[in-house]
Design a protein around this ligand. Structure first.
Ligand code: FRU
Length: 470
């Protein structure tokens, strides 16, 4: 069997037989979660960019739907967001109707490939979409102006807010509007922290600080390349937002990426954005589980790319009074849970390679301790594995997937990625790991989700066991 026969993940969304990249327009409406995505409806590599569509009622089982917003001869449909226009501010809804409005980047297919922001709306709960006749609604004459994320700010007398990047300027621009059509620039954020590539796919949302009644706002900025693990990566900033301007509470002049805040320390978590209109104040995100370094060449066919699991996001205050995100995955009910014992040569194993496996393990952080976990296939070729090494003295833990692909499909795939051990784990004397394995995607949630790794793997046989090396 070649690696192109890579089994499809079960709980990570994949398209039936086409390419996708970023999640777009994540939205909850009338009991249904909508996942739109950057899709090539006609192929397994990037191109013909359109909004594909999938729906779910439980965030785990996704049903692919017909393409929602197809490209045309004149326009590619790049990333963006979607909102429920509860007050019919844009006037798209008739009596008794509710409009869902998508705000996306139009890319002109001729001339200088201008990027402008456009609208499409749905009056049938997301099934079919109509382009607004007066598109675009925002045009600054730039070819690097994209990925609008829109949300409502304030109560009845509030306004719409759009975040959109000037990608090569490392700027997140904030616009406001009463009606989704008429936009006024209110402020800019950036450049700040990592600027080793273009800024893309911004997001901004409030979160309550765990254990307090304080709120902070979190700004998400993807960048490519220049991510902490190489290639595509996603950073975040914590601060305040007054409806027009975001102010970060911690900005450092350091040029060391380890001093910035990263949403994920692995190679495969990009363009992550959150759902709008989710009940009960829950903040749910999905990222694209790939990396522009090699995304077009991953050995799967005819589908290419997976989304991450849906992650529920929280905000926690550290002992050093910093605010850091906590991310926890939404797992399928039938995931198989396995706990690795503490013995030096412990093994946790499940022989059904089609199940979603959730391994819990713990590494001591006493002086001098180095713990190596090996994830592999009980019946696979020896030496093919993913390793997690926890080094107490260095204060770091790493994911090593240099031996996790059955064939070398791209020179940049192999890597060893490193994250700092969170302070709370150091204080507790151990690092708790939850490792979710679903065919070609491995997600590691450390210290209750305060540090995560998302890593693709393409082994000859699916990983089924976790071992602690003696
Ligand atoms: C991010 C991105 C976005 C753009 C889209 C095009 O991965 O480059 O900036 O809108 O992909 O597919």
């Amino acid at each position: 069997r070649t690696a192109a026969g890579t089994p499809r993940p079960r709980a990570h969304f994949t398209a039936c037989d086409t390419w996708f990249n970023d999640p777009n327009g994540l939205l909850f409406h009338d009991g249904v979660y909508h996942l739109f995505f950057q899709n090539n409806p006609h192929g397994s590599t990037w191109g013909n960019m359109s909004w594909g569509h999938a729906t779910s009622t439980d965030l785990v089982e996704w049903a692919e739907q017909p393409v929602a917003i197809p490209c045309t001869e004149d326009e590619l449909v790049f990333s963006g967001s979607a909102v429920v226009d509860h007050h019919n501010t844009a006037g798209f809804a008739g009596d008794g109707e509710t409009a869902l409005v998508a705000i996306y980047t139009s890319v002109a297919t001729d001339g200088p490939a201008l990027q402008t922001q456009s609208l499409a709306y749905s009056l049938d709960a997301g099934a079919t979409w109509t382009r607004y006749a007066a598109n675009p609604v925002l045009d600054i004459g730039s070819a690097e102006f994209r990925d609008p994320k829109v949300f409502w700010h304030g109560g009845e007398d509030g306004h719409w807010v759009m975040l959109v990047v000037e990608a090569t300027e490392h700027l997140v621009a904030v616009y406001t509007s009463p009606d989704l059509k008429d936009w006024t620039r209110a402020s800019d954020f950036g450049p700040a922290h990592a600027v080793g590539g273009v800024w893309e796919c911004p997001d901004l949302f409030p979160l309550r600080v765990e254990g307090t009644d304080e709120t902070r706002w979190v700004l998400i900025v993807s960048l490519n390349p220049g991510g902490i693990a190489g290639g595509s990566g996603t950073q975040y900033f914590v601060g305040d937002f007054d409806g027009e301007r975001f102010t970060a509470e911690r900005l450092t002049d350091s040029t060391d990426p380890a001093d910035y805040d990263w949403l994920d320390f692995g190679r495969d978590y990009y363009a992550a954005v959150s759902f709008s209109n989710v009940p009960d104040g829950r903040r749910l995100m999905i990222g694209w589980a790939s990396n522009w370094d090699y995304a077009n060449e991953t050995p799967t066919a005819p589908w290419r790319s997976a989304m991450s699991l849906v992650r529920e996001i929280g905000l926690t205050r550290t002992r050093g009074d910093r605010h850091v995100l906590r991310q926890l995955p939404v797992l399928p009910d039938d995931a198989v849970r396995l706990t690795l014992g503490g013995a030096a040569d412990a093994v946790a194993q499940h022989d059904d390679g089609t199940a979603v496996l959730v391994f819990d393990a713990s590494a001591p952080l006493s002086a001098g301790s180095v713990t190596t976990f090996v994830l592999d296939a009980a019946d696979g070729p020896a030496g093919e594995d993913l390793r997690i090494v926890v080094d107490a003295d260095a204060g770091t833990f790493s994911c090593d997937r240099t031996r996790s692909a059955a064939e070398v499909f791209h020179a940049d795939f192999a890597s060893v990625d490193t994250a700092p051990i969170p302070d709370a784990s150091k204080a507790a004397g151990s690092l708790e790991l939850r490792i979710v394995v679903d065919a070609c995607v491995v997600e590691v949630y450390a210290a209750g989700g305060v540090a995560t790794f998302t890593e693709l793997v393409f082994p000859y046989a699916p990983y089924t066991r976790l071992r602690r090396l003696a």
